[in-house]
Design a protein around this ligand. Structure first.
Ligand SMILES: [Zn+2]
Length: 258
Protein backbone atom coordinates (compact mmCIF):
# COMPACT_ATOMS: atom_id res chain seq x y z
CA UNK A 1 0.00 0.00 0.00
CA UNK A 2 1.38 3.38 -0.93
CA UNK A 3 1.55 6.18 1.60
CA UNK A 4 0.79 8.62 -1.17
CA UNK A 5 -2.59 7.00 -1.84
CA UNK A 6 -4.14 9.11 0.93
CA UNK A 7 -2.37 12.37 0.10
CA UNK A 8 -4.40 14.80 -1.94
CA UNK A 9 -2.43 16.98 -4.33
CA UNK A 10 -3.39 20.64 -4.47
CA UNK A 11 -4.22 21.61 -7.98
CA UNK A 12 -3.23 25.12 -9.06
CA UNK A 13 -3.20 26.87 -12.43
CA UNK A 14 0.26 26.58 -14.03
CA UNK A 15 0.63 30.40 -14.14
CA UNK A 16 0.75 30.49 -10.31
CA UNK A 17 3.87 28.32 -9.88
CA UNK A 18 6.45 30.91 -11.07
CA UNK A 19 4.97 33.39 -8.61
CA UNK A 20 5.20 30.86 -5.76
CA UNK A 21 8.81 30.05 -6.68
CA UNK A 22 9.75 33.75 -6.51
CA UNK A 23 7.93 34.13 -3.21
CA UNK A 24 9.89 31.16 -1.81
CA UNK A 25 13.18 32.66 -2.96
CA UNK A 26 12.32 36.02 -1.40
CA UNK A 27 11.50 34.30 1.90
CA UNK A 28 14.78 32.37 1.80
CA UNK A 29 16.77 35.57 1.23
CA UNK A 30 14.89 37.31 4.04
CA UNK A 31 15.89 34.54 6.46
CA UNK A 32 19.50 34.40 5.21
CA UNK A 33 20.66 37.98 4.54
CA UNK A 34 24.14 36.76 3.49
CA UNK A 35 25.05 34.87 0.31
CA UNK A 36 23.62 31.36 0.58
CA UNK A 37 27.00 29.86 -0.30
CA UNK A 38 28.53 31.23 2.90
CA UNK A 39 27.67 28.83 5.75
CA UNK A 40 29.26 31.01 8.44
CA UNK A 41 26.65 33.68 7.97
CA UNK A 42 23.74 31.32 8.59
CA UNK A 43 22.84 32.66 12.01
CA UNK A 44 20.02 34.79 13.31
CA UNK A 45 20.28 38.25 14.83
CA UNK A 46 23.49 40.11 15.59
CA UNK A 47 25.55 37.87 17.90
CA UNK A 48 28.34 40.42 18.50
CA UNK A 49 26.34 43.64 18.34
CA UNK A 50 28.01 46.34 20.44
CA UNK A 51 31.51 44.90 20.05
CA UNK A 52 34.10 47.16 18.42
CA UNK A 53 36.89 45.40 16.53
CA UNK A 54 40.09 47.04 15.26
CA UNK A 55 41.58 45.34 12.21
CA UNK A 56 45.04 46.19 10.96
CA UNK A 57 46.14 44.74 7.61
CA UNK A 58 49.91 45.14 7.88
CA UNK A 59 52.20 47.07 5.50
CA UNK A 60 50.87 48.77 2.33
CA UNK A 61 52.08 51.31 -0.23
CA UNK A 62 55.83 51.10 -0.82
CA UNK A 63 56.09 48.55 2.01
CA UNK A 64 55.10 45.18 0.53
CA UNK A 65 56.00 43.13 3.60
CA UNK A 66 57.26 39.67 2.79
CA UNK A 67 56.83 38.46 -0.79
CA UNK A 68 57.33 35.56 -3.19
CA UNK A 69 59.01 36.35 -6.51
CA UNK A 70 57.46 39.82 -6.60
CA UNK A 71 54.08 38.34 -7.54
CA UNK A 72 52.68 37.35 -4.15
CA UNK A 73 52.80 40.25 -1.70
CA UNK A 74 52.01 40.18 2.00
CA UNK A 75 50.36 43.62 1.81
CA UNK A 76 47.82 42.36 -0.75
CA UNK A 77 47.06 39.07 1.02
CA UNK A 78 46.40 40.65 4.42
CA UNK A 79 44.26 43.40 2.89
CA UNK A 80 41.95 40.85 1.22
CA UNK A 81 41.70 38.78 4.41
CA UNK A 82 41.07 41.96 6.43
CA UNK A 83 38.30 43.23 4.15
CA UNK A 84 36.52 39.85 4.17
CA UNK A 85 36.90 39.64 7.95
CA UNK A 86 35.43 43.11 8.27
CA UNK A 87 32.44 42.05 6.15
CA UNK A 88 31.79 39.00 8.34
CA UNK A 89 32.16 40.92 11.60
CA UNK A 90 29.86 43.72 10.46
CA UNK A 91 27.31 41.18 9.26
CA UNK A 92 27.34 39.73 12.79
CA UNK A 93 26.63 43.15 14.30
CA UNK A 94 30.14 44.32 15.25
CA UNK A 95 31.48 47.79 14.57
CA UNK A 96 34.80 47.57 12.73
CA UNK A 97 37.64 50.05 12.41
CA UNK A 98 40.13 48.95 9.76
CA UNK A 99 43.43 50.83 9.47
CA UNK A 100 43.49 50.71 5.68
CA UNK A 101 41.10 49.66 2.89
CA UNK A 102 43.52 50.14 0.03
CA UNK A 103 47.19 49.80 -0.88
CA UNK A 104 48.64 52.57 1.26
CA UNK A 105 50.94 52.97 4.22
CA UNK A 106 49.94 55.11 7.17
CA UNK A 107 52.91 57.42 7.71
CA UNK A 108 50.81 60.38 6.53
CA UNK A 109 49.29 60.59 10.02
CA UNK A 110 52.63 62.05 11.20
CA UNK A 111 53.86 64.06 8.18
CA UNK A 112 56.28 66.43 9.91
CA UNK A 113 57.54 64.45 12.85
CA UNK A 114 61.05 63.92 11.51
CA UNK A 115 60.78 60.19 12.14
CA UNK A 116 61.62 57.55 9.53
CA UNK A 117 58.71 56.47 7.32
CA UNK A 118 58.24 53.04 8.89
CA UNK A 119 58.13 54.59 12.38
CA UNK A 120 55.51 57.09 11.26
CA UNK A 121 53.58 54.22 9.67
CA UNK A 122 53.41 52.18 12.86
CA UNK A 123 52.55 55.26 14.92
CA UNK A 124 49.75 56.04 12.46
CA UNK A 125 48.32 52.58 13.09
CA UNK A 126 48.55 52.99 16.87
CA UNK A 127 46.83 56.38 16.66
CA UNK A 128 43.93 54.99 14.61
CA UNK A 129 43.56 51.89 16.76
CA UNK A 130 43.58 53.70 20.11
CA UNK A 131 41.11 56.33 18.91
CA UNK A 132 38.73 53.57 17.79
CA UNK A 133 38.07 52.55 21.42
CA UNK A 134 37.96 48.97 20.13
CA UNK A 135 37.38 46.00 22.42
CA UNK A 136 39.96 43.91 20.60
CA UNK A 137 42.64 44.24 17.95
CA UNK A 138 43.81 41.87 15.23
CA UNK A 139 46.86 42.89 13.18
CA UNK A 140 47.24 40.70 10.10
CA UNK A 141 50.59 39.59 8.69
CA UNK A 142 52.28 36.83 6.67
CA UNK A 143 55.37 35.11 8.03
CA UNK A 144 58.65 34.04 6.42
CA UNK A 145 61.64 32.01 7.61
CA UNK A 146 64.77 30.40 6.10
CA UNK A 147 63.44 26.84 6.79
CA UNK A 148 60.87 26.07 4.06
CA UNK A 149 59.29 23.17 6.01
CA UNK A 150 57.93 25.48 8.70
CA UNK A 151 54.29 26.41 8.21
CA UNK A 152 51.06 27.40 9.93
CA UNK A 153 49.64 30.42 11.71
CA UNK A 154 51.13 32.07 14.78
CA UNK A 155 49.16 34.45 16.98
CA UNK A 156 51.46 36.60 19.10
CA UNK A 157 49.87 37.97 22.27
CA UNK A 158 50.98 40.63 24.76
CA UNK A 159 53.18 39.45 27.59
CA UNK A 160 51.30 39.56 30.88
CA UNK A 161 47.89 40.15 29.30
CA UNK A 162 45.48 37.21 29.90
CA UNK A 163 42.79 38.64 27.59
CA UNK A 164 45.28 39.03 24.77
CA UNK A 165 46.33 35.42 25.38
CA UNK A 166 42.71 34.22 25.38
CA UNK A 167 42.06 36.01 22.07
CA UNK A 168 45.19 34.42 20.60
CA UNK A 169 44.09 30.96 21.75
CA UNK A 170 40.58 31.36 20.32
CA UNK A 171 41.80 32.53 16.92
CA UNK A 172 44.53 29.88 16.83
CA UNK A 173 42.07 27.09 17.64
CA UNK A 174 39.85 28.22 14.80
CA UNK A 175 42.70 28.53 12.29
CA UNK A 176 44.64 25.35 13.09
CA UNK A 177 42.40 22.88 11.21
CA UNK A 178 43.02 24.76 7.95
CA UNK A 179 46.75 24.12 8.27
CA UNK A 180 47.11 20.76 10.00
CA UNK A 181 44.81 18.59 7.87
CA UNK A 182 47.33 18.31 5.05
CA UNK A 183 50.54 18.46 7.12
CA UNK A 184 53.25 16.25 5.68
CA UNK A 185 55.83 14.18 7.59
CA UNK A 186 58.72 16.37 8.71
CA UNK A 187 56.77 19.61 8.54
CA UNK A 188 56.60 21.81 11.60
CA UNK A 189 53.07 23.21 11.79
CA UNK A 190 52.62 25.87 14.44
CA UNK A 191 49.73 24.95 16.74
CA UNK A 192 50.13 27.32 19.65
CA UNK A 193 50.08 31.08 20.25
CA UNK A 194 53.29 32.73 21.40
CA UNK A 195 53.87 35.41 23.98
CA UNK A 196 55.84 38.47 22.93
CA UNK A 197 56.80 41.80 24.41
CA UNK A 198 58.64 42.86 21.26
CA UNK A 199 55.75 44.30 19.23
CA UNK A 200 55.40 48.07 19.41
CA UNK A 201 51.81 47.78 18.15
CA UNK A 202 50.80 45.47 21.02
CA UNK A 203 52.75 47.44 23.62
CA UNK A 204 51.25 50.79 22.62
CA UNK A 205 47.60 49.86 22.07
CA UNK A 206 45.07 49.87 24.85
CA UNK A 207 42.88 46.82 24.14
CA UNK A 208 43.61 43.06 24.07
CA UNK A 209 45.32 42.46 20.75
CA UNK A 210 47.22 39.95 18.68
CA UNK A 211 49.71 40.05 15.85
CA UNK A 212 48.37 37.27 13.65
CA UNK A 213 50.74 35.69 11.14
CA UNK A 214 48.38 33.74 8.88
CA UNK A 215 50.97 31.39 7.38
CA UNK A 216 54.47 31.25 5.91
CA UNK A 217 55.27 32.72 2.52
CA UNK A 218 58.38 30.49 2.54
CA UNK A 219 56.42 27.21 2.69
CA UNK A 220 54.95 25.75 -0.50
CA UNK A 221 51.72 24.49 1.10
CA UNK A 222 51.02 27.71 2.99
CA UNK A 223 51.80 29.71 -0.13
CA UNK A 224 49.30 27.66 -2.11
CA UNK A 225 46.63 28.72 0.40
CA UNK A 226 47.72 32.33 0.60
CA UNK A 227 47.62 32.86 -3.16
CA UNK A 228 44.02 31.68 -3.63
CA UNK A 229 41.17 34.10 -3.03
CA UNK A 230 38.94 31.28 -1.79
CA UNK A 231 41.53 30.23 0.81
CA UNK A 232 41.98 33.81 1.95
CA UNK A 233 38.24 33.94 2.58
CA UNK A 234 38.43 30.61 4.46
CA UNK A 235 41.15 32.11 6.65
CA UNK A 236 38.98 35.19 7.28
CA UNK A 237 36.02 32.96 8.25
CA UNK A 238 38.19 30.99 10.67
CA UNK A 239 39.43 34.19 12.33
CA UNK A 240 35.83 35.39 12.53
CA UNK A 241 34.78 32.18 14.30
CA UNK A 242 37.72 32.62 16.67
CA UNK A 243 36.51 36.14 17.51
CA UNK A 244 33.00 34.80 18.23
CA UNK A 245 34.55 32.17 20.47
CA UNK A 246 36.56 34.84 22.30
CA UNK A 247 33.61 37.18 22.76
CA UNK A 248 31.41 34.39 24.14
CA UNK A 249 34.17 33.25 26.48
CA UNK A 250 34.39 29.70 25.19
CA UNK A 251 38.17 29.58 25.15
CA UNK A 252 39.95 29.14 28.46
CA UNK A 253 43.49 30.51 28.74
CA UNK A 254 46.06 27.76 28.50
CA UNK A 255 47.78 26.52 31.65
CA UNK A 256 50.34 28.90 33.06
CA UNK A 257 48.46 32.01 31.98
CA UNK A 258 49.68 35.18 33.62
ZN1 LIG B 1 54.18 41.70 8.20
Amino acid sequence: MSFFRNVSVISLPSSVWPFLALLGLALALAVYPAPLSNPVSLYFGSPIKGIIVALDPGHGGIDSGTHYEAILLEKEIVLEVGLELRRLLEQAGAQVMITRVKDEELSYHFPDSGLARHRRDIRGRVKLINSSQADLLISLHVNSIHDPTVRGPIAFYSAGNPESKRLAAAVHNALNPLFSTDAKPGQLVHQDPQESSAYYLLNETAMPGIILEIGFMTNTDDRRMLEKGSSRHEIARAIFLGVLDYVYGNTEPAEGSP
